[in-house]
Design a protein around this ligand. Structure first.
Ligand SMILES: Nc1ncnc2c1ncn2[C@@H]1O[C@H](COP(=O)(O)OP(=O)(O)OP(=O)(O)O)[C@@H](O)[C@H]1O
Length: 307
């Protein structure tokens, strides 16, 4: 006998638009500003590629977004509760093996599951290695795994493709898409254009301290080019004016939330991403299975027995 169970996990992510308002930053009082008066909105479901020449301020901006650094002036509002940050250089001077480190981070993250990420990022052979013995690319994977394990609402990747082997490089765009599809925001600085093939990637660049949208770092591509997804001018999206209208924004978020009932404008406030799965299991395991699902916050909606 087989049982088919469809299940729904309701409202597991909160959605809100993160806003930067006139954010400026400099490292020391008399230094020049690295970031000047950045205005931007990061909307649930966005995948953003951040470009700029060496020293433009990409890492600085990412650290501001992560909350690791505070703006000198200006505000950053409505940052998602769970932030995953994978730095460009993972700090390996720590007295742990990879497994011990990931277990520790899992505890810090409230019991987040790291094992699937270790598998997906091809880290099986690294698990017993001391962090201090890791190669650059392997250390980078550990940084990615710790960033991903908590299912972040904001995933920040600083040069995520640097030093990665080919298989893992190919995996990253799919991972970014998945995070965005469940309503997360993904932003990655990337010299290598690894996310560029994804549909609807927002292009940000830092040029002379200014944050720009809809352009690469190449000046000839800057200016008034419209966003390919919604027809808004880049700087309107940057300033969030489009989200301020009564019209729900077309784009990644709404596609990710297809089939969700209710006013589409509400989707930006509370997400209702739902997936329906069919599970086949021996009938005697049903009570335990349902109990585990409830423990994890799922709801069983329908049970159907088949012979
Ligand atoms: N801790 C720091 N103290 C003082 N200045 C810093 C510090 N970190 C970065 N800077 C300066 O801030 C500017 C921006 O650096 P940042 O690392 O953000 O650039 P980036 O665009 O990420 O560069 P890259 O592409 O080379 O990684 C540079 O001039 C850099 O020298």
């Amino acid at each position: 006998m087989r049982l088919f169970i469809t299940a729904m996990r309701p409202d597991i992510y909160r959605y809100s638009t993160m806003r930067l308002t006139k954010v400026s930053f400099r490292y020391r009082r008399h230094d020049p500003f690295v970031i000047e008066e950045a205005d931007a909105c990061l909307t649930p479901g966005d995948v953003i590629e951040l470009s700029g020449v060496n020293g433009a301020g990409k890492s600085t901006l990412l650290r501001l977004l992560a909350g690791l650094t505070r703006p000198t002036t200006g505000t950053i509002a409505d940052r998602p509760e769970v932030v995953g940050f994978a730095p460009d250089r993972f700090p390996t001077a720590q007295p742990f093996t990879v497994t011990a480190y990931l277990r520790h981070m899992s505890r810090v993250r409230g019991g987040a599951r790291w094992e699937p990420w270790a598998e997906r990022l091809n880290m099986g052979h690294l698990l017993d290695t001391a962090l201090s013995d890791l190669s650059k690319g392997s250390a980078h994977k550990v940084g990615l795994a710790q960033a991903l394990m908590a299912e972040p609402g904001l995933l920040i990747l600083d040069e995520p493709f640097a030093g990665l082997d080919a298989d893992t490089r190919e995996t990253l765009p799919a991972i970014a898409t998945e995070v965005a599809a469940r309503g997360g925001i993904v932003i990655a600085s990337d010299h290598q254009g690894g996310l560029r093939a994804l549909p609807a990637v927002r292009q940000w660049s830092v040029v002379d301290g200014h944050l720009k949208e809809g352009t690469s770092a190449r000046p000839e591509e800057e200016s008034t080019e419209s966003h390919p997804q919604d027809g808004t001018a880049p700087q309107e999206r940057m300033a969030g004016r489009h989200e301020g209208t009564d019209q729900p924004r077309e784009g990644v978020v709404d596609r990710a939330l297809d089939g969700v009932p209710g006013d589409p404008r509400d989707r930006h406030v509370v997400g209702r991403v739902r997936a329906t799965v069919a599970v086949t299991l021996p009938v005697e395991e049903l009570p335990g299975f349902l109990a585990r699902m409830r423990d994890e916050g799922y709801q069983a909606r329908e049970i159907e027995e088949t012979g």
